[in-house]
Design a protein around this ligand. Sequence first.
Ligand code: AMP
Length: 218
Amino acid sequence: MRIVLLGAPGAGKGTQCKRIVQRYGLLHLSSGDILRQQRAEGTSLGKKAQSYMDAGQLVPDQVVVQMMIDAIKKASAAGFILDGFPRTVNQAIELDDSLADNGQAVDAILNLQIDDRVVAERMTGRRSCPKCGAVYHVKNLRPKVDGICDNDSARLVQRYDDSLEVVAERLKTYHQQTEPVVDYYNNNGRAVFDVDANNGADEVSDLIFQKLDAIAEA
Ligand code: AMP
């Protein structure tokens, strides 16, 4: 299966992707994770992306598209799930064209819908472990000891782009540039499956699994 998972930052794409990957054996390709990795390694791609990411803006298409098309090539026959890509209509078109060149297409488009208020609360309270990557929340998913990772006792950090100002900018960017991707797919006769992501993660997973099970069996 080849899946695109759309949704505002903070809608829970990462959490759902981990569960989907486990259930269907897909490769999880998160453009945000790949970009953060490139930054951490100090590659030229990472350096190009840095200022845009810190400002809550999108990294230019010409940087991201090739990076993701290269990553997709590493997927096995089982397929992949794209998390955070495509984020502009142009990226969606480039993705379609690249898959079509190999006689392929996206099988499912999932869209996590969430209120801006819920996003702001989730993201500004998010903390993560710099060592093992575990993610916590100051209210909803607290570690056993405040500010300390349960797994390895490392001090938890806030992601540089989870501050209130950057979250507001990321939401603005999402509404202006990424929401039109949903219209692009709908207008091209590609059904988008909307999922209410204001609900808890388990409820959201159940809805997604029902849909993907049906596609996998078809
Ligand atoms: P994320 O972890 O998906 O929220 O991504 C973090 C940041 O990486 C975003 O705020 C953007 O600056 C950048 N980014 C991730 N994916 C894309 C994409 N598909 N196109 C452009 N920029 C992206």
